[in-house]
Design a protein around this ligand. Structure first.
Ligand code: 5RP
Length: 234
């Protein structure tokens, strides 16, 4: 329960500090980002803010926004024009330079499109997400075109990684993403250069996206069980 409180604290702080009226907001995915969505919904319902438009990063955030009455558009909608004011999202790992691993919830491809097109990127997490080196404890996920599974896994092994196809729970076989693709989780045996690895993974044919986020400088809000929030990067 303590962990949930820390997540809620971080999500609420992000929605309170970084969302104002008429903003175009990227709605992140996961058990921490959902608290930011709920708080935005609360603030809209209370009339504290108005005219917020969201872009969902997953079916989870889409459903949450719809249930709260937060209007959604796509990145391509003329009202959004491919740019957002702020995105609030979770992370699986955060290193000392605020580079990230994301995609534990399988939404990394849209999450990256949305984060990289946002003027401000706010990451919400609890303290266990802070690590010294990315990709060693928590694997880096890749979204992969299903027909490219075997050549992509070969290419990953040549990079010195251990790739595993993510399998579903309560359904046999691979997890199929919101975009109809598979996920390959990649564990690295040695510390990686996250900037170089993000670029290398992107060059493998059939890899549509990877969970290393190194080309955005997020503000990171770390929530604690006692209700306090540490803000990194401001
Ligand atoms: C989903 C993500 C999530 O933001 C990440 O997995 C963190 O989730 P949680 O807040 O539930 O720990 O990247 O693809």
């Amino acid at each position: 329960m303590g962990n949930d409180e820390a997540k809620r604290t971080a999500g609420y702080a992000a929605a309170d500090r970084y969302v104002t009226s008429r903003m175009k907001v990227g709605m992140g995915t996961g058990s921490t980002a959902v608290w930011a969505i709920r708080r935005i919904g609360e603030r809209l319902a209370a009339g504290e803010i108005a005219g917020v438009t969201g872009v969902a990063t997953s079916s989870q955030s889409e459903i949450e926004c719809q249930e709260l009455g937060i209007p959604l558009r796509s990145m391509n909608d003329p009202e959004i024009g491919g740019r957002l004011d702020v995105t609030i999202d979770g992370a699986d790992e955060i290193d000392p330079d605020r580079r990230l691993v994301k995609g534990g919830g399988g939404a990394l491809l849209i999450e990256k499109i949305v984060a990289y097109a946002s003027s401000r990127f706010v990451v919400v997490a609890e303290p266990s997400k802070l690590v010294d080196h990315l990709g060693m404890a928590f694997p880096v996920p890749l979204e992969v075109l299903p027909v490219a599974r075997v050549p992509v896994m070969d290419a990953l092994r040549r990079l010195g990684a251990e790739p595993v196809v993510r399998v579903a729970e309560r359904k046999m076989g691979a997890v199929i993403t919101d975009n109809g693709n598979i996920l390959i989780d990649v564990r690295f045996l040695e510390p990686i250069d996250p900037v170089a690895m993000e670029a290398s993974l992107s060059t493998i044919p059939g890899v549509l996206g990877n969970g290393l986020f190194t080309r955005v400088e997020p503000i990171v809000l770390i929530g604690h069980e006692d209700g306090s929030v540490a803000e990194l990067g401001t």
